[in-house]
Design a protein around this ligand. Structure first.
Ligand SMILES: Cc1cc2nc3c(=O)[nH]c(=O)nc-3n(C[C@H](O)[C@H](O)[C@H](O)COP(=O)(O)O)c2cc1C
Length: 191
């Protein structure tokens, strides 16, 4: 079992990181091998819409993303952890996500898996007190990613009010994380 985390916060030890820690702790051995890709320290170039991927299951841009494609292909679980920046995800993460167009283009090439082959989950933080549609932009981005990657969306947890509230002091959030983790399959027991 492999879990690949796309981490999109500019702050390495902010509330998004704290939420991810809680999630990974709750996952325990269910997560298997965990790898975290920090979008702020990963040098990925933007998609140029060259449309190479319309005909090839690959990207024409030869950069760090090539290694990330291999990691995505090998992952059973895709977890996206990000803060909301202006209703969406941070720009550095959006650059990486736009490069996932090669998976979406499987619908044009005809080789997109017909069934979900991965599990997906999202963890989002927002600084403002809760208000309608606070997370809607980011949630749509995450849903689009899970669809492109043929990953079943097991749930997206949102945590508002981080200007005042701490992830680690919130028992309701911990319960939500446990519920999300319970949706992930258990590992087969060793024989
Ligand atoms: C550029 C920028 C834009 C932001 N936009 C929003 C927003 O639209 N809605 C919101 O609730 N919080 C917004 N925030 C607050 C962050 O979502 C919040 O501080 C979050 O906890 C940051 O994640 P971190 O603790 O991992 O750094 C914004 C913060 C920044 C820096």
């Amino acid at each position: 079992m492999k879990t690949l985390v796309l981490f999109g916060s500019a702050r390495k030890h902010g509330e998004t990181s704290a939420m991810l820690d809680l999630f990974l702790e709750a996952m325990g051995s269910k997560a298997g091998d965990v790898e975290i890709i920090d979008c702020y320290t990963t040098d990925v170039n933007p998609c140029t819409d060259c449309r190479y991927c319309w005909e090839h299951r690959a990207c024409s841009i030869q950069d760090t993303m090539q290694e990330i494609y291999r990691k995505i292909d090998a992952a059973d679980n895709i977890v996206i952890a990000a803060p909301v920046y202006f209703y969406s995800i941070p720009g550095k993460m959006k650059i990486l996500i736009d490069r996932l167009q090669i998976y979406w283009a499987g619908t044009l090439r005809g080789d997109k898996p017909k069934i979900n082959i991965k599990k997906g989950a999202g963890l989002l933080t927002g600084g403002a007190p809760s208000f309608p549609n606070q997370f809607i932009g980011a949630e749509l981005v995450l849903k689009g990613v899970f669809t492109a990657l043929s990953a079943e969306n097991l749930g997206i947890i949102t945590f508002p009010d981080t200007d005042k509230k701490r992830v680690n002091e919130n028992e309701a959030l911990k319960e939500s994380i446990k519920t999300l983790v319970s949706c992930f399959p258990s590992l087969p027991s060793a024989v």
